[in-house]
Ligand binder design. Structure first.
Ligand code: BDR
Ligand code: CA
Length: 309
């Protein structure tokens, strides 16, 4: 059983990652930490609470960083995630509350008290994780592994070279990738293969439970924005690939290679420079996802939805 903390910026696909992790018996979701990314920190935190309350997920939520480590905050992604950061579903009045502790203190305290068996699953900018590593470097050897959504070895989605989560806080990503912790990177190269076509929504809508309803409400809105922005009929379900990989590693093919984060260039800021062809002798610090079994992925999403019956 994987003991995990999801560090996220919900976000439609972040919400589905939470849904899957909380539902699947092979995952023990210890806590959720939030960060600025798709939307402001206030909104991503509210969204995380709403998702938990709606699905009856009894997991503590901790609020983290409202700004990146060095750069100015990037504009929020309203085109894709809407004004709330999670437009589409209608939630009841929010009664679930955040924990008093700051997310960074939660990460540090929990990791320090652990046996080194906790996996971090970041699905937003890496500000919280990097800050925690800088404030208390002794957590670094305590982290079992990091399985994150971010980056790409091919084409970016916010600039020609960069993916949003890494570009939103490149310095934080640099700290995490060079920390020595085993990082597995679910980048756009594979997340662009799991496109949530209307046929997928139709399939999941057959499950008459809260998870099925939430999935369909989320994805129906998400696809509209994706169509306007990128022109495709089904949006990529980026963040849930992390949870899918943990539950069943055979779903994703990874290749071990060196990865460096570009933080000095203006044009290519936030690029994940992945040494795919092993051209250098630099330490192979990352398992980079290079392929995904699309059919198995959707089967697993459906399995997770069924756990809410
Ligand atoms: C990433 O950016 C966000 O919009 C998504 O939630 C995902 O984490 C994809 O680039
Ligand atoms: Ca995200």
């Amino acid at each position: 059983k994987h003991r995990i903390i999801i560090d996220c910026d919900p976000g439609h696909d972040d919400a589905v990652a939470i849904l899957m992790a909380a539902g699947h018996p092979d995952i023990e979701l210890l806590g959720i930490t939030t960060v600025r990314g798709n939307q402001s920190l206030e909104k991503t935190t509210r969204n995380a609470l709403n998702v938990c309350q709606y699905l009856g997920i009894d997991v503590p939520v901790y609020k983290g960083m409202s700004v990146p480590m060095v750069i100015e905050p990037r504009p929020v992604e309203e085109r894709v995630h809407g004004d709330s950061g999670l437009d589409g579903p209608v939630f009841d009045e929010l009664t679930k509350t955040i924990e008093d502790k700051h997310a960074i203190n939660y990460l540090i305290d929990t990791l320090m008290a652990s046996d080194g068996d906790i996996t971090l699953v970041p699905t937003g900018p890496l500000t919280n994780v990097a800050m925690a590593m800088r404030i208390e470097p002794r957590i670094i050897p305590k982290i079992n592994q990091i399985v994150l959504m971010g980056g790409c070895y091919q084409l970016g989605n916010v600039t020609p070279s960069a993916e949003f989560n890494i570009w939103a806080d490149g310095e934080a990503a640099h700290i995490v990738f060079s920390s020595g912790v085993k990082v597995t990177m679910m980048g756009l190269d594979i997340t662009r293969k799991v496109l949530c076509y209307p046929s997928v929504i139709e399939r999941m809508s057959k499950h008459d439970n809260r998870a099925g309803k939430l999935f369909c409400d989320l994805m129906t809105f998400f696809n509209k924005g994706q169509k306007k922005t990128f022109g495709w009929e089904g949006g990529p379900l980026h963040d849930p690939t992390t949870v899918a990989y943990l539950i069943d590693p055979s779903i994703v093919t990874v290749k071990n290679m060196h990865t460096d984060i570009e933080i000095n260039s203006e044009q290519s800021y936030g690029r994940t420079n992945c040494d795919y062809f092993l051209l250098t002798d630099d330490v192979k610090n990352t398992d980079v996802a290079i392929d995904i079994d699309v059919e198995k992925f959707w089967d697993l999403v459906e399995e997770c939805i069924k756990y809410y019956d």
